[in-house]
Design a binder for this molecule. Sequence first.
Ligand code: CNA
Length: 264
Amino acid sequence: MIDQGRDEKIGRVAGMIAKAENVVVFTGAGVSTESGIPDFRSPGGFWTKFDPEDFTIDKYLASPETRRKQWRFLLSGDLFNEARPNAAHEAIADLERLGRLNCVITQNIDNLHQKAGNDPAKVFELHGNMRWIRCLDCGGRYPVEEILQRNGKSEEVPVCGRCAGILKPDVIFFGEALPEETLQEANWRASHCDFLLVVGSSLVVYPAAYMPIYAKQAGARLVIVNLSPTPADKFADVVIHASAGEVMGRILAEVRQRLAGSCA
Ligand code: CNA
């Protein structure tokens, strides 16, 4: 049930999107929880089931047991493979179909924006993508299915087919640098938009969490849709603490109405 204050906010946000020249959407794990992928920090989130230490690059390199754990996680597969986009991803993809979206900048590694129909060239993945495996020695990059097929159901951690180097999911572990080109492009787009919409991020992980700050510094309107409060709420133009699927679906419907109205 959406309260009246929320209705009014949704209307305002839709109005801003309909008028904006350059809309950027910035997403975090919260946009995918309704697709069944837990976030990091909510109750029941990733860090209640996994040890963050196993996601540090130093431990990954030093410990064969950590690499085995990661491999078993990939073999169990279904968390990321089977997940389907939810109403929030669909609404964000629809913004692109309506010609209202410059790009998506995401911290997510789940590929769900692309599955929803966003042009992969306009999805900037700051923390990588679970669909890919990278060799830490020669830099070779392989689709995860290729490595899974090659290794069968074996729990033996595979090595690079070209150089026998250490393979790792192509996602950013603690202690690793973000992909430089992607980060620079994302920084530039956040600094040159006139509207930035945050969906489902606690905004505590840097440098990703600079995006709303860059946008605000450049004079853009900033809207945050997130279940719980974030450190950036205080400088946002509109903050909606509610589920992304519900709110994004409503925002999209209102944007459509406004665009149809402006064409009539
Ligand atoms: P986070 O710190 O776990 O925060 C998620 C935020 O989303 C929280 O503030 C929640 O209140 C909020 N939230 C949860 N469910 C919903 C919902 N249905 N609607 C609206 N808000 C919701 O995650 P961040 O993305 O901020 O942190 C960045 C990390 C998380 C990145 O390194 C990601 O790679 C990483 N991560 C990604 C995934 C994924 O790809 N789906 C899953 C888990 C973690």
